[in-house]
Design a protein around this ligand. Structure first.
Ligand code: IFM
Length: 475
């Protein structure tokens, strides 16, 4: 693909699309990525190092020593990538802003070149008729904040994050209407602090709950800042990841265990952002491990999501088992259950159930599916073309689940496939591929897969896809 789409800097500034008449809304068909996974240019144009740059630099931390140093080189190929999105008929694109590209040390001086990059990207997307959905933090914490302040364990981090968020909002907020503060704080806390497989690499449950607590407070501070700002007329939330838990039997004990498991997963970060506190079951069972919110923080957190942003991949089957973790819930999904390359069970019914569960719990808020997709064992032919029928089957069954949830009354407003292109899957390196576009190893050439072509057709046939989806019409 050539880098043929040129940015017209002197043209009329792009505007947000005009609002559709009440009751008629456009469904945002999109694809998602994250800065560290696709941008590369890790040391270019005064970008500071992130904790992921440092973590990947330590041998053994990622598969085959893969890093985001070059990733998909999106930092240099972004114009062609927007053109690619157009070719895919995308109506929306979710990307994240790299905090250390904008503020190399996480606080203090702003790097204008970093901000310019996202400014141009937003303008070019809008000119291409693609709505930007922006995530402010998708895990690439500026390394200086980790080494100098102990990262998310520091109670001052919420104010620091809110300052950074304000800088980005001030620059992009006149054109970006959909914001997410954090991506999957659950993963930051569990992988980074419980399991030690993401930076900062701790294995300390108490620290994980403290980090999660400060992430929630950071979200609340940034939301308050956004809503008070002159650009704060759009919608803001955070991207919540969760699976659904099905009870292993009809017994009331298994049903209760499954319900506890969902509250402990989705509710850990969802409940504070709606009710202002953790789920009662977490308070009861985790005791002092779970920090308390001050009255001020609780007030800031309450109703701090304007929409539910759900990242869904998988679910599980659980049974009641005394002593199986704080929730007394044991995962008993059979090992031979159909799974993706991530070894995640394929459970579209869990998607429908979770959408209904979240919608019921959080006041029927509008929902955007901000990530959904599958890692598959792609086999390119001699031209680099991937006929990924397994990914199409996954997407089709999951979109049908979205349709079923909509038919049941869930107010779904958009769907973003993860991911636009194959990219750095964190510790798994480039070995796990989620893209609907192949990013050829070595050349980084973009080649649309069968799933990308299928998705483009789906979008073209269902521009206002709400109706089509609810009617179960997923071709
Ligand atoms: O690649 C990740 C993404 O960064 C966050 N959500 C899950 C994806 C697949 O693991």
């Amino acid at each position: 693909m050539t880098d043929s789409y040129s940015y017209q800097s002197n043209a009329v500034p792009p505007q947000r699309a005009p609002a559709l008449p009440a009751g008629d809304y456009e469904f945002f068909w999109g694809a998602a990525t994250a800065a560290y996974q696709i941008e590369g240019a890790a040391r270019e144009d005064r970008k500071g190092p992130s904790i992921w740059d440092e973590f990947c630099g330590i041998p053994g931390n990622t598969l085959d020593g893969d890093t985001g140093e070059m990733a998909c080189d999106h930092y240099h190929r972004w114009r062609a990538d927007v053109e690619l999105m157009r070719e895919l008929s995308l109506r929306a694109y979710r990307f994240s802003v790299s905090w250390p590209r904008v503020m190399p040390r996480g606080r203090g001086p702003v790097n204008p070149t970093g901000l310019d990059f996202y400014d141009r990207l937003v303008d070019t997307l809008l000119r291409a008729g693609i709505e930007p959905f922006v995530t402010l933090y998708h895990w690439d914490l500026p390394a200086a904040l980790q080494s100098e302040l102990n990262g998310w364990l520091n109670p001052d981090m919420p104010a620091i994050f809110a300052d950074y968020a304000a800088v980005v909002v001030e620059r992009l907020g006149d054109r970006v209407a959909h914001w997410m503060t954090l991506n999957e704080p659950w993963v930051v806390a569990t992988a980074g602090y419980f399991e030690g497989v993401h930076p900062p690499g701790l294995r300390d449950r108490a620290a994980g709950y403290r980090a999660g607590h400060n992430l929630l407070r950071a979200h609340a501070y940034a939301v308050a800042g956004y809503r008070a700002s002159r650009c704060g007329t759009g919608q803001i939330s955070f991207a919540l990841n969760s699976s659904f838990s099905f009870p292993a039997s009809d017994s009331p004990e298994d049903a209760a265990a499954a319900q506890r498991a969902v509250e402990n997963f989705a509710g850990w970060f969802g409940d504070p952002c709606w009710f202002g506190d953790y789920p009662a079951v977490m308070r009861e069972r985790l005791g002092d491990l779970l920090p308390a919110f001050s009255a001020e923080d609780a007030a800031l957190l309450r109703r701090s999501m304007d929409f539910i942003a759900l990242n869904y991949y998988t679910s599980d089957i659980v049974r009641h088992a005394a002593g199986a973790g704080p929730m007394d819930a044991e995962v008993v999904t059979p090992p031979d259950f159909r799974r993706t390359e991530m070894n995640w069970p394929i459970m579209p019914d869990g998607f429908r159930e979770l959408l209904c569960w979240l919608s019921r719990r959080y006041g029927g808020l509008p929902v955007y599916v901000t990530e959904n997709g599958a890692a598959c064992p792609d086999q390119p032919d001699e031209h680099g073309y991937v006929d990924d029928q397994d990914r199409i089957a996954y997407l089709r069954s999951h979109l049908s689940a979205v349709g079923a949830a909509m038919a049941a009354g869930v107010n779904v407003r958009g769907y973003f496939v993860w991911s636009l292109m194959d990219n750095l899957e964190w510790c798994e390196g480039f070995s796990k591929r989620f893209g609907i576009v192949r990013c050829e190893p070595g050349t980084l050439r973009r080649i649309i897969k069968s799933s990308g072509r299928w998705y483009a057709k789906l979008i073209q046939s269902a521009r206002r896809g709400a109706v089509a989806l609810a009617a179960g019409a997923v071709p």
